[in-house]
Every structure is written in C-alpha cells, then in structure tokens.
Design a protein around this ligand. Structure first.
Ligand SMILES: [Zn+2]
Length: 484
C-alpha cells in the first residue's frame, strides 16, 4: 500500500507519467483514504535531472519512518525511458525509414537487455516495506490464476503466396553468407514441398504445437492488396480474402487465438488506412481487432501510434528493436503509451516486443535456431525476475521448406522451457486487459489491521488478490465494480 503525498500533484507531465509507471510496476496497492496509516510516497527535488543517475545508481528512494522519497528527476527519467521519448524525438532514419536502435538511451548505456524501469518497481516495493514498520503493506498479485509472470507468443504472418520464390531467395541469402550446407538443404526441402502447400502445413503444425502446450497466441495479419511494387518490397505479398489466408484465419480463430493487424507500409502515418485495414480484417474475422504491430516494425515512434489511436486500436506491439532483442522501453511489461510531442498519454497501451526469432539471423548472421532460442530464454528470465511479461515473435514460415532447417525443433524446446516456468500464457488482448484492470485497482478505505475496501475503474472477470510484499497471499476480494 502506498499513498501519494501532496507533492506528487505538482509534477510536470513527464515525471507524473514516470510516477504512474513506477507505481504500477511496484504493484503496491494505491490508497485514496487520507486517514489511513500507510506508507506515503513523497517527491524530492534535491538532485538535478540526468540519465546517468538512473543507469549508474538505480532509483535509490530515500526511506524514512512511514515515508519513501523519490526524486522528481528520477521520475522524469523513468517516464522518458518508458515513453520512448528519445526515439520519438530522434531525426535519424534507417533504410526502412525507422529510427535506428543507437539513439535509444538503453542502447547508449549498453543496458537494453535489462528491464530497468520494471526493476525500479521492485526497488520501490522493497523501500515501502522498509519504511512501513508496523503499518500494513499490501501488493496486488502480478497475474491471474496465481501466475508470477506472463508470456505472449505472437506470430506475424508475412508469407502466404509465392513461397517457392522466397525459398530460393532464402537459399541465395544463406549461400551468400557461406552457410552452404543449409542453403542446399533449403532448396532440397523446397523441392520436396512443391505441391504440398508448406505454408499451410507450417501454420497447422504451429497451431498443433500450441494446442499441445495449452497456450493461446496472437497472430498479426497483413490486410492490404498486393501489387507488383508491394511484393517486390516485401510489404503486402498476399491477399487476405484469398482461400489460403481465409483457411489460416479460420484455423487460428478455431484454436481460440487472437487476430490483430500487421500494419503494412502505407499505414505508417495514415490513420484512415489503419482504420480501413482494421475494418477489412474485422469483416474477415467477424471479431473485433484491437491489437496492431507494424510490418518490419516500421513506425515513426509516437506519430504512428497517434494514427493507431485515431483508428481506435486498443494496443500496439511495435516497440521492439528491429536489429536486436531487448527492452526498447525499459519495461518487461504492458505500459500506457506516451506521446512525447503532446506530453500526454497516447491513448494506446504498449506491449513492447522483447524478442523475435530472426533478429540474430538477419542482423548477426547467426543461422542456428538453437542460439535464437537461448537468446529468447535469457530475456524470458529477465521478464520473470520482475514478474513481467515476455513478448516474443515467432514467424510461422520458419520451417525447412521455407528456408529454416531446425527451426521447428528449436521452437518446441523454447515452448517446453517457457511453459515449465508456468507463465500466464495468453493472447495479448487478454494480457493487456488484465494489466489495465490491475493498474486501476486501489483502496478507498484501509482499517488499522490492514483490511482494505477496493475500487477499480476497469472490470476484470476474476478475483483481486492482495499479497504481502514477499508474495504471500493475504486476501482475495471480488473484483470491485467500476468506479469512474
Ligand atoms: Zn512482418
């Protein structure tokens, strides 16, 4: 439990955003009740602003009896990281008009493999416990069903039509990098797959594996009309209304998985096209499409999200690095999106992408899928350590016939190990819904023995579990009715 001191109401917008992210990731139950004897969080103004502090020393709250003090400069820095402010303001572009990784402060500091912002939440939680003395401290259980962390397995459907051409392209790419044995394998598998619809088989095998492991995933589908130029650019290469894609959509929906939009190049700065693609996809799925991730992760940070929000998406999952795996917003979590130019919330939730299968293949020339999986597991451990969520991307076309010998076996090892850690393995829309609901939970009254009356602005179909700061369960409440 924690109550904000008056000093928190005078913060500038970015620091206020940083404070809300910090409180949310601490899982400390916010208290509205002014008479409750609980730990108070106050804002200090002793230190000047500066990023070096946060990377070098961490959040460093000051602990008094019944009070935790966090510097406003720290909150600003947390807000800037979680809001992607440097990426939003950077003028640099790569060949796909994306903002390159080297402008990101996590990359500059060499710390992009660590969820620094999420870790700050744990530091605040421990500080509150220290400051509490005999005052009650309650935290909110991190995930539903008693789970301590979460995983969202996602799939971008990039390839359906014209696969033999991509098989040859991939073989040529492997050969050019002197992976000659693999190049020959790819051609041989491709030749053997002629007439056997390897794209559909790959999708079906992937769905079978997910069914076996008992997890639900999220599929991002491109929804434009292919033309010569879009095919040559690797942008829109298939028609969503074609029988092959319809069969995939039906099988994905049948398995209870989520379907979101994989925004094609034309959407990047165009809310109207975002909306048209979303509606076109909804007419095929006959279910609401709330999630979006850009193809090639091609976005103008901030501006693209503005267009997504105007097209009424609920969440975005584009905030990952295109050339490496890690935490571009410093969080292994779902956070409210931040618009750096308007200095306000974007209206979208962000589900940053931490790992994708081909980051090491494309940019480091590592063609052994087992190494990709090692990389995924390392990041998943970091997510688990902060009770966060690992968002991973596995392309459905990673099968031998389409250029990736050894990939399906590696995926099974990945799922085996991830699922053994008992994550909340769910669709992203469900994961986002939980995090939004959890974030809205607060205590309207606290009695001296620590019992809390709860309120929440967002509904959740399940109990609200309160814990002690070490994770021991204390009380299970019915989820309170909406309060706002
Ligand atoms: Zn894509």
């Amino acid at each position: 439990m924690i109550r904000l001191a008056d000093s928190a109401s005078h913060l500038e917008p970015l620091a206020r955003f940083g404070l809300s992210v910090l409180l949310d990731s601490s899982r400390l139950l916010p208290v509205d009740d002014p008479s409750a004897d609980v730990v108070q969080l106050s804002i200090g103004t002793a230190r000047a602003a500066g990023g070096g502090d946060l990377f070098a020393r961490g959040v460093e709250p000051h602990v008094n009896d019944g009070e935790v003090v966090v510097e406003s400069s720290t909150l600003e820095m947390l807000g800037a990281l979680a809001g992607g402010v440097a990426d939003q303001k950077a003028p640099e572009r790569d060949r796909f008009e994306r903002v390159p990784a080297h402008v990101n402060p996590m990359v500059v500091a060499g710390r992009f493999r660590e969820p620094i912002v999420s870790r700050a939440g744990g530091i605040l939680r421990r500080a509150a416990e220290q400051a509490a003395g005999r005052r009650p401290v309650r935290t909110i259980a991190p995930w539903p069903d008693g789970r301590r962390w979460a995983m969202a397995l996602t799939h971008d459907l990039d390839l359906v039509a014209g696969w033999p051409w991509y098989n040859h392209l991939r073989a040529a790419q492997l050969a050019a990098r002197f992976h000659l044995v693999q190049a020959m394998q790819v051609l041989a598998y491709g030749a053997a797959a002629l007439g056997r619809n390897p794209v559909w088989r790959a999708v079906r095998d992937l769905l079978d594996a997910e069914h076996e492991f008992g997890l639900r995933s999220t599929w991002f589908i491109i929804c434009g009309t292919p033309a010569f130029a879009s095919i040559r650019a690797g942008d829109v290469t298939y028609l969503p209304e074609s029988p092959a894609v319809k069969r995939i959509l039906a099988a994905v929906a049948e398995g209870g998985h989520e379907i979101g939009l994989h925004g094609s190049f034309e959407t990047m700065l165009d809310g109207g096209r975002f909306r048209a693609q979303r509606e076109r996809l909804e007419s095929l799925t006959r279910a609401p499409v709330t999630g979006v991730r850009q193809h090639f992760l091609r976005m103008r940070p901030g501006a693209t999200q503005q267009e997504m929000a105007s097209a009424r998406f609920g969440y975005d999952s584009t905030w990952g690095f295109s050339d490496r795996n890690g935490f571009r917003l410093g969080v292994a979590d779902i956070v409210a999106g931040w618009d750096a130019h308007r200095e306000s919330l974007s209206g979208l939730e962000e589900a940053p992408l931490a790992w994708m299968d081909r980051a090491l293949s494309k940019y480091a020339g590592i063609e052994n899928p087992e190494r990709w999986v090692d990389d995924a597991l390392e990041l998943a451990r970091a997510c688990r350590d902060v009770n966060g969520v690992w968002v991973g991307l596995w392309h459905p076309n990673l099968v031998p016939a389409l250029g990736f010998p050894g990939a399906p076996t590696a995926l099974r090892r990945l799922l085996d190990i991830l699922m053994a850690g008992q994550p909340y393995a769910e669709r992203l829309d469900r994961i986002v819904a939980w995090r939004v609901a959890r974030r809205s939970l607060r205590a309207t009254r606290v009695s001296p023995d620590g019992r809390a009356e709860l309120a929440a602005d967002r509904a959740w179909n399940g109990p609200a579990i309160l814990e002690d700061p070490r994770g021991g369960p204390i009380a299970s409440h019915h989820w309170p009715q909406g309060g706002a």
